[in-house]
Every structure is written in C-alpha cells, then in structure tokens.
Design a protein around this ligand. Structure first.
Ligand SMILES: Cc1cc2nc3c(=O)[nH]c(=O)nc-3n(C[C@H](O)[C@H](O)[C@H](O)COP(=O)(O)OP(=O)(O)OC[C@H]3O[C@@H](n4cnc5c(N)ncnc54)[C@H](O)[C@@H]3O)c2cc1C
Length: 462
C-alpha cells in the first residue's frame, strides 16, 4: 500500500466515519479523516444527543405537575432557555473533545477541512488546497435537513440545526413534518412552554410506525396542548412587521408563530463531493448506491451511514463503519444485518418498537395474532395524569414466533433495546409467557397478555 499517502481516507467524522477510521487504524492501516464542521457529526453535535438533553429538559414541566399527587408542594418554577442551551453546548463540546482525542489516540490523522473526491484514489483538502491519495476512500458525509424551496418565504424558516441554537425561546412555534424529528421537537417545545402546532401533509403522523401507536401518540400529544393539523402543508411563509411569522396553509388557514421549523425529511450530503468525477453511482435522492459490504461501483470507494440512505440511525452507521473496517483491513469480512432494528422515538409519551407493524405483519404472514394492552401506568394513578400506555405483541400464529413488539409510554425506548435481543434470538410467544413477570412494573404486561385481541386469518387460496 506504500504508493499512496494513506491506506484509508475517511470523509466525514460523524458516527460512522469515526468508528471506521478508529477500527481501521487499530488493524494497522494508515488512516486520515477530514471533517468540515465538528467532530462527532450529526448525532453528537446536532442530532440524537442535544435532542435527548432537550427532551429531558422539557419533561420537567410535567414532573412538577405530577409531583403534587405524591404529596410534594412545588413552588413557583421558571425556565431559562439560554442556560439550557449553554449547558447543552458545554456537554456537546466535551463530547466533541472525546471524539477528537479518541481518533488521535488511535493514530488517525485529523484534517479540519472540507474534502472532495477528485479521482478513485484522490481527495482534495479544500482548506489547504492540497490533494492526497489513498488506497481506499470512505464517504461518511451523512445528511442534511431538506427544505422545500417551492414554498414562498421558506428562507424565514429554521430546521433542527437552528432549533438547537435559537438565541431566544419561541413562545409560539409551528413545525412542518410528521416524522420522528418533527414529533420529538413538538414535544420539546410544548413541554418547555411554547404554543406548538404540528403541520403534516399525510393522514397521520409517524408514517411507518404501528397504526395503534400513531393514533395513541397523536391523542396524547393533543392532550398536552399540541395542535396537530394533518392533511395540511405550508404554501407560503411571511415575515410580519413585528418580526413574527405568518404561515399560510393549503386549505386557506394561517398559523402565526415566532418560529416555523421544517422537519420534512433529510437528504444525503453528496452535492459537490466529486462523486460524479470519480464515476460513483447515485440514487434518485442523491444517495450513494452500495452493495452489502458498503462498496460503491468504484472498487476503491466505499460509503456508509446516512449518505447511503439505508437505515438512517446512529447505531446503524457505526455498525456499517465497523464492518467496513473489519472487512477491508481486518481480514474478517462481514456484512451488517439491517433486519429487526429496535428503535425509539423520543416523543412524549415515548415509543419503543422492534419488528413488523400490524399492517406489515398481515402482509407478510397469512395468520397473525395481535396481543394488545392499553392501560394507565401506575405512576399516573397518584399523579392523576390522564395518559395511557400501549403495548402490543404481534405473533406469527403458524410458528408462534413474535414478529413485532410496540410500546408507547414511559421508558419505552429502554424497553425496545431488550425486546430487540429477544426478537433477534427468535423468541416465541411461549417464551414470553414462560418468562416470570417483574412486579410492579409496566413491562410485566409484556409477559402476561394471555388472549389475543385480534386474530387475522388469510383464507387459503382456492
Ligand atoms: C435532530 C436529529 C435527531 C436524531 N436522533 C436520533 C436518535 O435519537 N437516534 C438515532 O439513532 N439517530 C438519530 N438521528 C440520526 C443520526 O444522527 C444519524 O443517523 C447519524 O448521525 C448518521 O451518522 P453518519 O456517520 O452517517 O453521518 P453524520 O453523523 O451526519 O456525520 C457526517 C459528517 O460528515 C461531515 N461532512 C459532510 N460533508 C463533508 C465533506 N465534504 N468534507 C468533510 N466533512 C464532511 C459533516 O460535517 C458531519 O460531521 C437524528 C438525526 C437528527 C438530525
């Protein structure tokens, strides 16, 4: 490999790129990485981590209310947005430092610059205007929020990037979108005290999740005062003389807000990356097409994470990066299994899910049993909060195998991690039933649902 400056050049120091660079280096490769913004990427700097910190912050308003039923007298409370953002930024800076140091300790060379591909083995470092060569190039440039520029006045809106850094707290916010990012931010702003409106084009929020949970989370969000307008889109945004915004909706109504946030999807970061010059094949949304080993059609160029638009989650990008490094530099070829990925949505209440939705299960299996439990969690008996928990187990009735579990309620995300192990091991409903309950918990419901609420039977073809 001596003919090249490096064995591996990684573009993008996010979740996937950092893992790939470190593992390749520990396998003995000479590795360099370029980052144009901040080490840690979307997840650490402006995604999962800051978002979860803000979710925690937003839950205190309900904790204060709920405390009364448990005998606490909570005095006057107030909320300081600037302090929250400053503390969050301090934590993010700490994490970024750890990412940088871990790369350096692994022997990876760091380049604080945008990098672009100029050939199958060549990368241009923009800040220093220098071209370096590498036997392999790994593209791990992630994605960015998509803004619909056909909407007049879209330049007045913000995305999740800016929402995490607003200089003042918006008393009124409208969020366009119905995916997990839109729903999570609606919960954050509402919990912190903003008058919040969610405007979603489709029939129901959280497309792709189980219908029972979609309806339930919609209802619970409305109970918290969030206005949800489905079947609606913004057609025009106007800045008013007092600095506030007026959003015009397709059906004629208007929404007035201090901020309007667009969370209507993300696009892979491939613009101007030089991929066309190197002959790398892209898909319709600009995503890099790869095979199961994350290799593009150009043998020396690989791509992992959100830029490939497979399953856009941090743990997936990390696994893909690790598998790439083991395969190419560690003499242990392996691919990533993208099935049965447990997922959390930090909506309020929270969602934890793994496996097929009821709709998907019925399409994939002829006979499906649905076990469903909707109940008030114990903590809300004394708090008096009118909030229901939903648990749902889907079973292939022919094999007894559990093919999907969906939970809505406190700590559902934590539960989904453990449920993921059970489903990955091929657990049956009988295995769930044979497991002793943990009492008193909400999760015990998962092993005590005896009778199916519904049984879908597809008639045998004549
Ligand atoms: C608001 C929000 C919340 C999220 N919440 C969750 C969650 O709860 N759980 C979860 O699993 N996932 C979550 N995600 C998704 C998660 O952040 C991504 O799936 C993950 O970060 C993808 O990692 P990656 O390595 O592919 O790319 P990224 O982490 O996006 O990293 C790409 C890096 O490449 C850099 N870069 C881009 N182009 C260049 C260039 N030409 N030269 C140099 N550097 C470049 C970028 O600056 C960036 O640092 C969330 C995302 C968002 C936006």
């Amino acid at each position: 490999m001596a003919d090249y400056d490096y064995d591996l050049f990684v573009i993008g120091a996010g979740s996937g790129g950092v893992r790939a660079a470190r593992i390749a280096a520990t396998h003995g490769a000479r590795v360099a990485i370029a980052e144009e913004y901040r080490y840690g990427g979307t997840c650490v700097i402006r995604g999962c981590v800051p978002k979860k910190l803000l979710v925690y912050a937003s839950q205190y308003s309900e904790h204060f209310e709920d405390a009364k039923g448990f005998g606490w007298h909570v005095g006057e409370t107030s909320f300081d947005w600037k302090k929250l953002i400053a503390n969050k930024d301090q934590e993010i800076a700490r994490l970024e430092g750890i990412y940088r140091r871990n790369l350096e300790r692994s022997g990876v060379e760091l380049h604080d610059t945008r990098a672009e591909i100029v050939g199958p083995h060549e990368v241009r470092l923009k800040a220093v205007n220098r071209t370096v060569s590498a036997k392999y190039i790994l593209v791990a440039t992630g994605g960015r929020p998509y803004l619909d520029d056909t909407v007049e006045g879209v330049e007045h809106t913000i995305t999740s990037n800016e929402a995490l850094h607003l200089s003042s707290f918006p008393k009124r916010i409208a969020i366009a979108g119905g995916g997990y990012i839109a729903v999570e931010f609606a919960g954050i702003f509402a919990g912190l005290g903003a008058e919040t409106t969610l405007v979603y084009r489709g029939e129901e929020i959280l497309r792709g999740f189980d219908d029972d949970l979609r309806t339930a989370v919609h209802n619970e969000m409305e109970k918290k005062g969030i206005r949800i307008l489905c079947g609606e889109v913004f057609t025009k945004i106007e800045r008013q003389s007092d600095g506030s915004l007026k959003g015009h909706l397709r059906q004629g109504a208007t929404v007035e807000a201090d901020q309007i946030m667009f969370a209507i999807g993300r696009r892979p970061n491939t613009d101007g990356l030089g991929l066309e010059t190197a002959g790398v094949e892209l898909g319709g949304k600009g995503e890099i097409k790869v095979d199961e080993t994350s290799r593009t059609n150009v043998p020396s160029i690989y791509a992992i994470g959100d830029v490939t638009d497979r399953v856009n989650l941090t743990p997936v990008a990390i696994r893909e990066g690790h598998a790439f490094a083991d395969t190419v530099f560690g003499k242990s070829p392996r691919t990533v299994d993208h099935s049965l990925i447990p997922t959390a949505v930090f909506s309020q209440p929270e969602i934890g899910t793994v496996g097929l939705t009821e709709r998907e299960a019925c399409a994939a299996y002829p006979n499906v049993d649905v076990y469903r439990s909707i109940f008030r969690p114990m903590r809300h008996t004394l708090s008096g909060r009118d909030e229901k928990m939903v648990m749902k187990i889907l079973v292939d009735a022919d094999t007894d195998r559990v093919i999907g579990v969906h939970v809505l309620g406190p700590d559902a995300g934590e539960l989904s991690q453990v449920l993921g192990i059970a489903l990955k091991m091929g657990a049956t409903k009988a295995d769930f039933d044979a497991t002793m309950a943990v009492h008193p918990t909400a999760a015990e419901e998962l092993v005590t649902m005896r009778e199916p609420a519904e049984q879908h039977r597809r008639a045998a073809a004549e």
